[in-house]
Design a protein around this ligand. Structure first.
Ligand code: CU
Length: 155
């Protein structure tokens, strides 16, 4: 007789007869079930704790990543596109290196109105960078297109 057949047989007998002997077996199996359930509950609690910890860690990481993403790439970048500097006004902290990138198909320059910095002719996709070590407003322009003006505010 197979084990599961035996089990079914025992269950049947318990249901039909409910003799003392089988009731004892039944209560033994109940105890086992209770122990098993308790063990499962404990491991479930552990899994829940670990999952909660992992979730918290993951969300903190994503929050941090999102924040640094929001602050980093645009904060020191100026794009030269469609004969304009974008953003026209960029505000940075002292010690920031600002990077200009020419996204147009023709050359431009990044030239300070007061001679603080000046790039050569920037060809398409060429960059120019300058580190601002002093506070103030730095107006600049493109020497090729006199209508192209913008400023960097350092505070
Ligand atoms: Cu230009």
């Amino acid at each position: 007789m197979k084990l599961n057949e035996l089990y079914c047989f025992v269950i049947k007998v318990i249901r039909i007869k409910k003799s003392t002997y089988f009731t004892n077996i039944n209560s033994y199996s109940n105890k086992y079930t209770i122990l098993k359930t308790r063990a499962m509950k404990t491991s479930n609690r552990k899994i829940k704790k670990i999952s909660f910890f992992a979730l918290t860690l993951a969300s903190l990481f994503f929050l941090f990543a999102a924040c640094s993403k929001a602050n980093d790439p645009a904060s020191n970048q100026v794009t030269i596109q469609n004969n304009a500097f974008s953003p026209a006004t960029l505000t940075v902290k002292v010690g920031t290196t600002v990077i200009w990138t020419n996204k147009d198909g023709t050359p431009h320059t990044v030239t300070s109105d007061t001679g603080v910095f000046s790039s050569v002719n920037l060809n398409p996709n060429q960059t120019f960078s300058f580190m601002f070590m002093n506070k103030g407003t730095f107006n600049y322009h493109c020497t090729i297109h006199s209508n192209m003006t913008a400023k960097i505010v350092v505070n």
